[in-house]
Design a protein around this ligand. Structure first.
Ligand code: BGC
Length: 331
């Protein structure tokens, strides 16, 4: 009996000591800079990023760059002054990396860039940047190619009006962003690589924004009407806007026009499933935010990261639908 009691006391002491040790350890402080809160995709991303980091015991502050690089640079300086352990930065301008990396390096604060691949003037410089800096993102070429394949998989391969060509409208994101550049290029490349003839009717920047997507689609529909076979949008936000204009113009997606986006916003996945939207591509904000958070916590603990971490896009097709619904929380 006495032995059992002694053992129990010893165990209690161990438990007591460990909980004391963990209670006395300061939580990791993470500063998160988002390019703009008013962005459908980045809202899903940042919400999950914060939830996951907090679940891991970190103390997290997330700030809104309001699409203004000067404002974001001030926010980075405030985080540095405050002494956060690690930064996660979704740059407003990819080209600001040249100015931001020296700031965080001088302060000795490891940094994970997310979503917008940092662009440095001299690419060899990015290879030689401070080794506590890395990028977590996705290869936008993949998303463009999947968009093209969604059109190729249609019975008429996107030629609704049967004139022998895919006549298309391209609504672009912010063109400083490689996501916008590659989606614009690789969606069409998938069609021409498959031997289709394409005809670009209209191409303009909607800056990732739903209201601008709606405006541009309305302009294109007014100008080109039935000539349009497909509206490609660099993201789902703009495609949701385009869908409103398509309906207002009396056209029906899947019957007399096609519409594709990228991101797999939950509402778009539902529209794809019900046939009101031709297709989208999963931009895996869960995979990306978890990767960014894990790497950030490792960096705060002293690790040296790899240069780049990429998370795969997934084309949303009948075969992948269940998987995608699981990822975006529709089940
Ligand atoms: C997403 C867009 C988003 C942009 C922000 C892209 O990867 O597809 O929806 O607006 O990132 O940088």
């Amino acid at each position: 009996m006495r032995k059992i009691l002694a053992l129990a006391i010893a165990m209690l002491m161990v438990v007591g000591l460990t909980s004391f040790a963990s209670a006395s350890e300061d939580p990791i402080k993470v500063g998160v800079c988002i390019y703009q809160f008013n962005d459908n995709f980045m809202t899903l991303y940042r919400t999950e990023l914060q939830r996951y980091l907090e679940e891991k015991g970190a103390v997290v502050t997330v700030v809104d760059g309001k699409n203004d690089q000067a404002e974001q640079t001030n926010q980075i300086n405030s985080f540095i002054a405050e002494g956060v352990d690690v930064l996660i930065i979704n740059l407003v301008q990819a080209s600001a990396a040249d100015a931001v990396i020296p700031l965080v390096e001088a302060a000795g604060i490891p940094t994970v860039f997310i979503n917008r691949e940092p662009f440095v003037d001299d690419p060899s410089q990015w290879d030689n940047v401070w080794d506590k800096v890395c990028y977590v993102g996705a290869d936008a070429r993949q998303s463009g190619t999947f968009q093209g394949q969604l059109i190729l998989n249609l019975p008429d391969q996107g030629d609704v009006n049967g004139n022998g060509a895919v006549d298309y409208v391209m609504i672009q994101g912010d063109m400083e962003n490689v996501d916008a550049q590659y989606r614009t290029e690789f969606s069409i490349k998938a069609l021409t690589d498959a031997g289709l003839t394409v005809n670009k009717l209209f191409e303009q920047r909607g800056e990732w924004d739903q209201a601008k997507g709606q405006e541009l689609a309305a302009t294109a529909l007014a100008q080109f009407g039935d000539q349009i076979d497909v509206i490609f949008c660099n993201n789902d936000g703009m495609a949701l806007g385009a869908l409103q204009s398509i309906k207002a113009a009396g056209r029906t997606v899947g019957t007399d026009i096609y519409l594709v986006g990228v991101d797999a916003l939950p509402e778009v996945v539902q529209l794809v499933e019900s046939g009101e939207f031709t297709g989208t591509v999963l931009n895996d904000h869960i995979g990306q935010s978890h990767k960014a958070a894990d790497v950030a916590l490792e960096l705060a603990g002293g690790a040296t990261p790899e240069h780049t971490y990429t998370v795969d896009y997934v084309g949303v097709t009948p075969e992948t639908m269940e998987y995608v619904k699981g990822v975006v929380g529709l089940e």
